[in-house]
Design a protein around this ligand. Structure first.
Ligand code: SF4
Length: 465
């Protein structure tokens, strides 16, 4: 018999908002863990660990990965993460890229096998983005107000700041938690600036953060800060691509944006640690609002949900550090999200490298410019942050599956086409690594389809959240 997550999680997932408009603690948003993907690495490893511990008699396991989880699972190291979590017991994988479980594009079925290979028990789970699982206990909805408009009203009435609202809801332990998250973010920057060499996965991409950082000391003064910003964003994104430890902000794929912005402003403004932690609290509130009312899952709504949300979080944090009022902070967050609407997720060969790494640096730059622009204004504007979140969800539902973390379209498709042409015409391989064999991966098989085709798997109403 196949068990499923608690009915409350399934109902809310089916309604199109996995958390049903309720907001959990920031501890569920900022998670420290290994990359390269919160949805395809962190969450599956956690689900596998829980299933493994619940089945001490299981001699081996069979794990079936569906939809996006299968299409980009190899590039995202999903199988390695699950195998580690169930180690030392053996794991057999079944990849079903053209099929979804009913409630989300990131479905997984875990089966515990006996000595004769018969399934004794099974459990279906879903990775909802940012490391969250449909099976997570639904008892930590700590925020009473779950829209930016209602929170702005509350802080205006009380004369509070946004970070004070977060502290009031989360309690005094918040600072210790955020301090640990910030330390982990800084550690990822530091390691990323120290490490050099090629990224794993076969694309032959060199790490760039260290070189950017060195060059940032020699460029003209006006560009120096921007160069450091890019170096820090690359540092974290490259660490993530290597499967090293990062902090979801809101996801692993977008984990470089917020640390880069905070670290540059910490240096340029000589911000105190407590100011940075307060900015992290406000950024978390922004990310939580998207998570509750929209989605931070690239498989559900494309990269707008990951990088767009990260940019909104970082823009809000920057606006606060610049001395912005709550309406100006809201405006900065709104711009960060609005100007990423429609951004697709099409990672080349399913790796969290192209376009992901560059995209972190660009979003960090846009976050800073959005914050500065908001500070020039009085915070009055026509499209609210809540409106942008609503449109994020609507736009995500309109994106074809090929552009929602399946590597079946967009940049991933044209890269595979170039590889195929190079093979046929004996042109130089676009990658320096001869290990690339395009016919061997599920993402390559998807690229063989007509442009625009999304294959047999059709988007379902419940797919985007
Ligand atoms: S393209 Fe964006 S959403 Fe997709 S894997 Fe890369 S960072 Fe994540």
């Amino acid at each position: 018999m196949i068990a499923v997550p608690p009915i409350s999680a399934l109902l809310s997932a089916a309604s199109g908002t996995p958390l049903d408009g309720r907001m959990k603690t920031l501890r569920m948003l900022y998670r420290v863990g290994r990359g390269p993907s919160s949805s395809h690495t962190m969450a599956p490893a956690r689900a596998a660990g829980v299933f493994g511990r619940a089945h001490p008699d299981g001699v081996a396991f069979r794990v079936t990965l569906y939809g996006s989880m299968a299409a980009t699972g190899k590039g995202h190291l999903t199988d390695a993460a699950i195998r580690d979590a169930l180690s030392p017991r053996p794991v057999e994988f079944v990849w079903r890229a053209d099929e979804d479980l009913p409630l989300h594009p990131c479905g997984m079925r875990f089966e515990a096998l006996d000595a004769r290979g018969r399934a004794r028990d099974a459990f279906d789970d879903y990775s909802l983005g940012g490391g969250a699982l449909a099976s997570d206990e639904p008892d930590e909805d700590v925020y009473e107000l779950t829209t930016m408009a209602s929170i702005l009203r509350r802080v205006r009435e009380r004369g509070e700041t946004l970070w004070e609202h977060v502290r009031e809801v989360e309690g005094p332990d918040l600072w210790e938690f955020l301090g640990a998250a910030w330390d982990a973010m800084r550690a990822a920057i530091r390691r990323g600036l120290d490490n050099e060499g090629a990224l794993p996965g076969g694309l032959g991409l060199p790490r760039r953060a260290a070189a950017f950082h060195r060059k940032s000391r020699t460029v003209r003064a006006g560009f120096r800060s921007e160069a450091r910003l890019a170096a820090y964003a690359y540092a974290v994104a490259e660490e993530n691509a290597c499967g090293a430890e990062v902090v979801t902000a809101p996801t692993c794929g977008s984990s470089g944006v917020l640390p880069a912005v905070l670290h540059v402003l910490e240096q340029d403004l000589r911000a105190r640690r407590e100011d940075v932690l307060r900015a992290l609290a406000t950024a978390g509130l922004v990310g939580n609002l998207v998570k509750a009312n929209g989605s931070i899952s690239g498989a559900a709504v494309g990269c707008q949900g990951e990088i767009g949300t990260a940019c909104a979080m970082a823009a809000a944090a920057a606006a606060q550090l610049f001395g912005g009022t709550p309406p100006q902070i809201e405006y900065a967050a709104e711009m960060g999200l609005e100007h990423h609407l429609g951004l697709t997720c099409d990672p080349v060969r399913g790796l969290v490298q192209i376009p992901c790494i560059e995209r972190n640096a660009h979003a960090a730059a846009r976050a800073l410019s959005g914050a500065r622009f908001a500070l020039l204004s009085d915070g009055v504007h026509r499209i609210s942050f809540d409106d942008a979140v609503e449109v994020l969800l609507e736009t995500g539902r309109a994106l074809p599956l090929s552009h929602r973390e399946t590597s079946g379209g967009g940049l991933a498709r044209v890269y595979e086409r170039r590889l195929a042409l190079a093979r046929e015409e004996r042109l130089p391989n676009p990658s320096a690594d001869p290990a690339i064999r395009p016919s061997g991966s599920s993402s390559a098989r998807r690229s063989d389809r007509r442009p625009g085709s999304v294959g047999r798997r059709q988007p379902s109403r419940s797919a985007a959240r």
